[in-house]
Design a protein. Structure first.
Length: 424
């Protein structure tokens, strides 16, 4: 249960931060955000504010943003014969349309719809109170709302506030904003991790940190701040290089070239044998040095993010050379397994995992695959080159194909993860 709660919180935070990026830039660009949902599935709560309906839904997994004019926005077109109830203002214009049987409007005008246009002409016509002898036509205000069949009340979407009505540059910013937010979340999370830890590991340095009491290193006279510049005459410019060399010599004597108090000296030690990942390795009991400065903690957010970015891009690039391997991907099952391990290791590890997943999701979203943000950005670039937008029907087909391919990949990755983590 603890793992499930942590998984929901991590995944939910990443998705909500991502969606808030789209939401913020859409609002700034003049695009109507009809709904901002936290969670999926049946609606629990709803509150309208400044043209947007904020909803809390039953399934606490992520959320979504409904922008006017996009394919995933429900069509407001009311089919002929649909029974609705209208709320009118003092001038007789429609301010509210109730198309749901779940909501009852007092003092509303019952109407059987004949025709409607809630995007351009902004009107609705029909037969009032079942009287088919007289066709009534009502103007609809620009900011009128409609209560949809499911009971959610959202603002109608006139064409001037739809996504396609804003400039290409603004649409590109809206499409990329979610990815940008995930990068920001990852960077800030890694900064917090560095501050909680009290410093940043200097794995790029050969300077020693803490020396374990009664260890091989302490008995040999090594101190925190010393530098091991070579092991058996092989240069060791980083702590990782030191560890890799010493690991090769369990219970075998090695020569360390050490800079201590401004002097260079040779120290002979015999690394203690220990088992790691089923293999016997040598250790001498030294830890990596820590940089406790404020600047190091801040810069860690950027440097570690860059490290994840380059490693991930390297893995993706390797697929074109070595071939596609499902084990290089991780889906919800892998995320849950990693969350389970992180939960056992404490709050800092959980935070680090959230940052890692946020950056990884940002990178995957940047891939030029239709249905992903990177695919949408690619279509924006094609539009800029052509100097005219793609045909909406063709763009819809491309997005649908991309969505289908992504769905197949998710299913394959999830099944592969299930076999890796649960089927022994």
């Amino acid at each position: 249960m603890e793992t499930l709660i942590v998984f929901i919180l991590i995944f939910g935070a990443i998705v909500i931060v991502h969606e808030f990026g789209h939401f913020y830039f859409a609002k700034r660009s003049g695009v109507l955000v009809r709904e901002f949902s936290i969670g999926m599935g049946p609606k629990l709560l709803a509150k309208r504010y400044n043209g947007t309906t904020y909803t809390l839904r039953l399934l606490p997994l992520g959320g979504y943003v409904r922008m006017a004019g996009l394919q995933d926005d429900e069509d407001d077109e009311l089919q002929p014969g649909t029974p609705v109830t209208l709320t009118l203002d003092a001038a007789g214009a429609v301010t509210r349309i109730n198309a749901s049987k779940k909501v009852l409007l007092n003092d509303g005008v019952p109407l059987e719809v004949a025709q409607s246009d809630l995007q351009q002409a902004l009107y609705i016509s029909g037969y009032e109170n079942g009287n088919e002898d007289e066709l009534k036509r009502y103007s609809v205000t620009h900011d009128a709302t409609i209560i949809e069949k499911g009971g959610t009340e959202v603002q109608i979407a006139p064409v001037d506030v739809q996504f396609q009505s804003v400039s290409l540059l603004r649409r590109m910013m809206i499409n990329i904003a979610g990815v940008m937010n995930n990068f920001i979340l990852g960077i800030l999370t890694f900064m917090v991790v560095a501050f909680i830890a009290g410093g940043v590991a200097r794995s790029d340095s050969n300077q020693l940190g803490t020396i374990e009491p009664n260890s091989v290193a302490e008995k040999a006279g090594l101190h925190s701040g010393d530098r091991i510049t070579a092991v058996n005459d092989k240069k060791t410019p980083t702590f990782l290089a030191i560890a890799q060399q010493i690991n090769q010599y369990p219970n075998k004597q090695v020569r360390l070239t050490v800079k201590q108090n401004g002097k260079t000296q040779l120290i002979r030690v015999t690394p203690k044998a220990t088992t790691s990942n089923g293999e016997k390795v040598g250790v001498i009991g030294v830890a990596v040095s820590q940089d406790h400065s404020f600047g190091a903690k801040i810069s860690y957010g950027f440097s570690y993010t860059w490290q994840i970015l380059t490693n991930t891009l390297g893995t993706l690039g390797g697929m074109f050379i070595h071939g596609f391997n499902l084990n290089d991907f991780g889906g919800p099952v892998a995320m849950y397994s990693m969350t389970s391990q992180a939960t056992k290791m404490g709050f800092t590890t959980i935070l680090n995992l959230m940052g890692l997943l946020s950056i990884s999701i940002a990178i995957m979203n940047l891939l030029p695959i239709p249905a992903l943000d990177g695919g949408k950005l690619l279509l924006n670039i094609i539009e800029a080159i052509r100097r005219k937008p793609l045909d909406p029907d063709k763009e819809g087909i491309i997005t649908l194909i991309g969505f289908a391919l992504m769905l197949l990949l998710i299913i394959a990755v999830t099944w592969n993860d299930f076999q890796r983590f649960f089927i022994k």
